[in-house]
Design a protein around this ligand. Structure first.
Ligand SMILES: C[S@@+](CC[C@H](N)C(=O)[O-])C[C@H]1O[C@@H](n2cnc3c(N)ncnc32)[C@H](O)[C@@H]1O
Length: 280
């Protein structure tokens, strides 16, 4: 890689403000290196000789293409299958049962994976639902659980929608029996079950937008994304999520995230060490 172009302090403020405005990612002090390294290639590609010039180009780009690429470069798309053993035990032992019971009672259930990244979160849930429905002897039950999966990053969503993973991604948390059962090997990659894949509806969506969806959700997975947001934006996101959950619905965050200081709309309880936020 060529030498990284240094960002000056005023340029850092310009870029940091731009990034927060367009995706809510709040950069603390001393994150200059993050901008310098993650935007290096784009800077070179656009021919800009300073971050000030780059910032101007981004602000005046009417197509939105440069903005999307900046957001894409600044988001951390780190994920894995069944990320956090404890959370997925809760999902398997409690949430999946709740969702299938909901299908039996009212005919369908709705889940939203609100920062799905490259798809592992949504497909992990589908595998659990499929297994649980088959165990009950009612395989078609899981078909009635609709999974809506969104992310702001176009490149992450493209991987999610392709449902195709390389061996590095496959080796991160996926048990062998599930690999056997739900994936087909094609050349150097593995393809997730194409029928099950159809149950997830992927859409590019920025959590800064208004949440206008036709149905309320029974569960929202919003995992390892609010850690990047300011307190004000966290409060806003939890409020909008609360409005989109039915009473009794669940909001599951990442293990290092909490809504305690930011929302009074949830009953907080524990399933072993997992924090479960239930809409009042
Ligand atoms: C670290 S990943 C978490 C993926 C998955 N939920 C998990 O727990 O493994 C965070 C994701 O949040 C997305 N993200 C960041 N800011 C966002 C925003 N404003 N709206 C929607 N998604 C956002 C990123 O693109 C990234 O894919």
């Amino acid at each position: 890689m060529d030498m990284l172009l240094k960002i000056t302090e005023p340029e850092y403020i310009l870029m940091k403000t731009y990034i927060e405005e367009h995706c809510g990612i709040h950069l603390e002090k001393d994150k200059e290196y993050l901008i310098e390294s993650r935007l290096h290639d784009l800077l070179t590609e656009t021919g800009c000789r300073s971050f000030q010039e780059f910032h101007f180009k981004a602000r005046t780009d009417r197509t939105g293409e440069l903005r999307d690429r900046i957001v894409d470069a600044m988001t951390t798309n780190e994920t894995s299958w069944f990320r956090d053993k404890n959370a997925w035990e809760y999902l398997k032992e409690m949430a999946v049962t709740m969702l299938l019971n909901q299908v039996l009672e009212i005919g369908k259930a709705n889940v939203w994976s609100a920062a799905v990244s490259t798809g592992q979160e949504a497909y992990s849930l589908i595998m659990l639902l499929d297994e649980a429905a088959k165990e009950r002897g009612l395989p078609s039950l899981s078909e009635k659980v609709e999974i809506f999966a969104t992310d702001i990053s176009s490149s992450a969503l493209a991987v999610a929608a392709s449902a195709r993973y390389d061996s590095i991604a496959m080796n991160r948390g996926l048990p062998d029996d599930k690999k056997e059962k739900y994936f087909t090997k094609e050349d150097n990659s593995w393809l997730f079950d194409q029928e099950l894949k159809k149950r997830v509806r992927f859409k590019k969506f920025n959590l800064q937008n208004s949440f206008v969806f036709p149905d309320k959700f029974d569960m929202i997975l919003c995992r390892y994304v609010t850690i990047y947001f300011s307190d004000t934006f966290k409060r806003e996101v939890f409020k909008k999520m609360s409005d989109m959950l039915r009473p009794g619905g669940i909001l599951l965050l990442g293990a290092t995230e909490s809504l305690r200081e930011f929302s009074d709309d949830f009953e907080i309880s524990y399933y072993r060490s997992v924090v479960v936020n239930t809409k009042k």
